[in-house]
Design a protein around this ligand. Structure first.
Ligand SMILES: Nc1nc2c(ncn2[C@@H]2O[C@H](COP(=O)(O)OP(=O)(O)OP(=O)(O)O)[C@@H](O)[C@H]2O)c(=O)[nH]1
Ligand SMILES: [Mg+2]
Length: 171
């Protein structure tokens, strides 16, 4: 496959926000209630037709549990970022800027999508959404869509990943 037909997407967000759940559901179609924290990075691959073949390389990246910083080498070469926040936790929503600042260090033109997760747990989501939108204003050149409010448990995310693909290859 031609290099131009690969898209590297990094998935970042606070601890337990649902990064792995989103990757697993999108790539393998499964959701697991059990929590198994990610250590380092796990790379998922998924081939899609858009209409040409595109290989998505999706990097599910853990924060360093001591420093809360993402190793920069995992971020290199990323064209897109999926930032995940847990709507049931204010701290998780507030950390959106931390993750955006990290990805912008390696690609200031990165295409970003914000996913606000765990809506099935009935969080006070109006607060969460309003706070998230305020934080988003500082990065208005990077967002390619409005934030997606989702449940990794109940929803499918083909549309979210298609937004990323469209923003990079057009169509
Ligand atoms: N009810 C509900 N639970 C969720 C949802 N998304 C994730 N979870 C649960 O939340 C926990 C953490 O999910 P993970 O996907 O492992 O979170 P993560 O961001 O990968 O966590 P780290 O790798 O530790 O940073 C697991 O028990 C999941 O089953 C959701 O939308 N709804
Ligand atoms: Mg994980």
């Amino acid at each position: 496959m031609d290099k131009s037909n690969r898209i590297k997407i990094v998935v970042l967000g606070s601890f337990a926000a649902g990064k792995t759940s989103i990757c697993q559901k999108y790539v393998n179609g499964k959701f697991d209630e059990k929590y198994l924290t990610t250590v380092g990075v796990k790379v998922y691959e998924k081939e899609i037709l858009s209409p040409q073949k595109i290989l998505l390389s999706i990097w599910d990246i853990a924060n360093d549990c001591v420093t809360n910083v993402t190793p920069i080498e995992y971020l290199k070469g990323a064209q897109a970022a999926l930032i995940v926040a847990d709507l049931t936790k204010q701290s998780s929503v507030k950390e959106i800027s931390l993750h955006m600042d990290m990805v912008l260090q390696v690609n200031k033109n990165i295409k970003a999508i914000l996913v606000l997760n765990k809506i099935d747990l009935h969080p006070t989501w109006e607060d969460g959404l309003a706070t998230a939108k305020e934080i988003m204003q500082a990065y208005s050149n990077n967002w390619i869509a409005e934030p997606f409010v989702i449940s990794a448990k109940d929803d499918e995310f083909d549309n979210i990943f298609m937004e990323i693909v469209k923003s990079i290859i057009g169509g």
